[in-house]
Design a protein around this ligand. Structure first.
Ligand SMILES: Cc1cc2nc3c(=O)[nH]c(=O)nc-3n(C[C@H](O)[C@H](O)[C@H](O)COP(=O)(O)OP(=O)(O)OC[C@H]3O[C@@H](n4cnc5c(N)ncnc54)[C@H](O)[C@@H]3O)c2cc1C
Length: 426
């Protein structure tokens, strides 16, 4: 951990507009108390303040301290599951609604960046690399389905050669390029949302962990040094929820995922590796994802674990994943390595809803959370202020409890994850 209270990462080293918010001290009131300062909480708070409510946001550590300030920065179109799977699950009509929500979510990111002039290096484009023979043809199928049934003509299926011309790896057998997906510097986006929220009057408190809240109306939300009496609570803690709310904990599995940033490669070597600055990910169960930074480093995410701690040497843990795709980077030094915790649900769909008439939550974006969490925050704000049309659609998505609940979910989950990881290699 650095002096700033953030983990040492490429994002913390290149943060713009980092500022300190006070610790909550003493008792106060608010129209809404938001718990968690990631994309879900920041978006909920900002949207609520824009609707004229007096909002307090309590963050246990620093703004963007969780997954939001540590993630890959890739903002893919659609939901975490692709449209062919969504159609099998729900049929075309509902799948189409979810797709349209995801398009609104992307638009919300673009709008926020533009409106608040957030310096988060917004880029366009995303390539999916198909790594396995069994998935050949999948890119073409998805591109066709999106063009024909979702009015989305922006995905192009690429042959092996076309994919290789874009990304210099022998690992990809085909590709799918989406010209309207996005990528951002996630910590700077979070810091920009916080600045916008504070300017709209949100009272942000950092280093103010919520220890408990009363299930009453109004509720009292308590930290070590203060409390907030409020008619509405929004829980936005995701993979960092801990024991605060067991009813939410049993629906998600916290997973640690890891990233590295290489030393600057120089523009020409970087462009030989990847032909532009956009996000790339693959079809592996434990996804590899990467992109070039403004200063032409390779930012690479790969590998995860399912226990409480991170590997002692994260760079050593992630590097083999990078070298598997790019053996030509064998001589390149790793300047930053870090990890973060995300929350997955059993079916990889987001878990959004209300626990009590006055307690709302959003979590479990399953690695697809930048746009989905930002959108969820907005939808929760709408619901708090009485418009629940989008909220109801999301709240009705099927959710499952992890077998064994919070106590026993790990062993079963780890076995399941290992099974899929091994199957990936076959
Ligand atoms: C390594 C990694 C890579 C990822 N890559 C991508 C990607 O490329 N694209 C993508 O779309 N998604 C990605 N994700 C997922 C994405 O980052 C998350 O889905 C998203 O940031 C979730 O936002 P959130 O606000 O719900 O949660 P978080 O950002 O985790 O925020 C939760 C916050 O709640 C705070 N908190 C917890 N408990 C309390 C408490 N008791 N009191 C007060 N505050 C509390 C935490 O400190 C934390 O700041 C990645 C995640 C990780 C970890």
């Amino acid at each position: 951990m650095s002096n700033s209270g953030y983990p040492e990462s490429y994002y913390a080293a290149t943060a713009v507009g980092m500022r300190d918010y006070p610790i909550l001290e003493g008792a106060r009131t608010a129209d809404v108390c938001v718990v968690g300062g990631g994309f879900t909480g920041l978006s909920a708070a900002l949207n609520l303040a824009e609707r004229g409510l007096d909002v307090v946001l309590l963050e246990a550590e620093r703004i963007g301290f969780g997954a939001s300030g540590r993630c890959g920065g890739l903002i893919g179109s659609g939901q975490r599951i692709d449209v062919t799977d969504a159609e099998k699950m729900f049929g075309l009509e509902r799948s189409r609604v979810l797709w349209d929500f995801a398009e609104l979510a992307k638009q919300e990111i673009r709008d926020r960046v533009a409106k608040h002039e957030i310096p988060c290096d917004l880029q366009r484009g995303e390539l999916l690399g198909i790594h396995k023979k069994a998935y050949l043809g999948h890119a073409r199928e998805v591109a066709d389905v999106l063009a024909e049934r979702y009015d989305y003509p922006f995905c192009t299926a690429l042959t092996k050669e076309e994919t290789r011309a874009r990304v210099s790896t022998d690992d990809f057998l085909e590709g799918l390029y989406d010209s309207e997906a996005l990528a951002i510097h996630p910590l700077n986006f979070a810091l920009g949302l916080a600045r916008a929220a504070a300017e709209r009057g949100v009272h942000i408190y950092e280093n103010s962990r919520v220890l408990e809240y009363s299930q009453s109306d109004p509720a009292t939300v308590s930290t070590a040094k203060g409390s907030v009496k409020t008619p509405f609570v929004v829980l936005a803690c995701n993979g960092y929820l801990g024991k605060l709310e067991p009813r939410l904990a049993s629906k998600i599995m916290p997973i640690n995922n890891f990233m590295i940033a290489t030393e600057p490669l120089g523009e020409s070597r970087a462009r030989q590796l990847i032909d532009g600055r956009y996000g790339i990910h693959d079809t592996r169960f434990v996804v590899d994802y990467f992109r070039l930074t403004e200063d032409y480093r390779l930012l690479f995410g790969g590998g995860e674990n399912y226990r409480a701690g991170f590997p002692r040497d994260i760079a050593r843990f992630v590097r083999p994943y990078m070298l598997k795709l790019f053996p030509q980077l064998n001589d390149v030094a790793i300047d930053y390595a870090w990890g973060g915790t995300l929350a997955v649900t059993v079916n990889r769909l987001p878990h959004i809803g209300r626990l009590e008439p006055n307690v709302f939550f959003g979590q479990g974006y399953s690695g697809h959370g930048i746009a989905t969490a930002t959108f969820a925050g907005n939808v929760i704000a709408e619901a708090v202020t009485g418009t629940a049309s989008k909220f109801d659609v999301l709240a009705e998505l099927p959710t499952h409890t992890f077998p064994g609940g919070t106590l026993l979910r790990y062993p079963g989950m780890v076995l399941g994850m290992l099974y899929y990881t091994i199957r990936d290699r076959i």
